[in-house]
Design a protein. Structure first.
Length: 215
């Protein structure tokens, strides 16, 4: 079983379960016999939540721009599920979802909550034998999640808001080219969020300027 972390060093530990990592060439494996539960909260969580709120995106209606990205991701990678998730205080909320109906899930245990702990793609090649994923409700439930790949949605000032993910019910791996495509799709998500934020700011500024005229 491989639990892949990109760009890890020999002294690193799993950011989720605090297990030792075993470097095996370019990839890294969890030494599962030494796995112990660990927190799923980034050290800069308060600032990260402030960044999430800055985009004013939680609980907003479906948006065709984001839905096109999840549909495209599902088609490119031939997977049944793709999501754009935003990690809130105590939940993982789906801004866009392809292949599932849930609007949100609890933050812990949550794969997307784990993914925001670091800045590289977070990949679970076979969730049934990966200690990071065994308690996830999508793994234990009817969906039967087996494969998960998530790229963090990182803002220009360095905060991870959530993830763009692809999910399969069969174990699999990604090539370097496929991983690069997933990263670029994640960047498109952030671009759309920035455009939405810019439009929202223009609208608010226009509304503030109009207030004296309406008084």
């Amino acid at each position: 079983m491989r639990s892949v972390y990109l760009h890890a060093d020999e002294d690193d530990a799993c950011p989720v379960c605090s297990s030792s990592l075993v470097v095996t060439g370019p990839d890294v494996e969890i030494e599962t016999s030494r796995a112990t539960p660990g927190p799923l909260i980034p050290s800069d969580e308060d600032l990260r939540i402030t960044a999430v709120n800055r985009y004013d995106i939680l609980d907003t209606p479906p948006d065709g721009a984001f839905d096109r990205i999840t549909r495209l991701a599902a088609r490119i990678f031939n997977v049944p599920i793709s999501t754009i998730s935003i990690v809130d205080h105590d939940r993982i909320w789906f801004k866009s979802k392809y292949g599932i109906t849930a609007e949100e899930i609890d933050r812990e245990p949550g794969l997307c909550a784990s993914a925001v702990l670091h800045y590289d793609p977070w990949i679970v090649e076979d969730a049934t034998v990966d200690p990071r994923a065994l308690e996830n409700e999508l793994v234990r439930g009817e969906l039967g999640l087996r494969f998960y790949a998530g790229v963090p949605l990182k803002t220009a000032d360095g905060y991870n808001l959530g993830t763009l993910t692809i999910i399969d019910t069969e174990p699999r791996t990604l090539t370097d080219d496929e991983l690069d495509i997933l990263k670029q799709l994640g960047e498109l998500v952030v671009d759309e969020m920035e455009l939405r934020l810019a439009a929202l700011r223009v609208f608010r500024e226009a509304a503030e300027k109009a207030e004296p005229l309406d008084a």
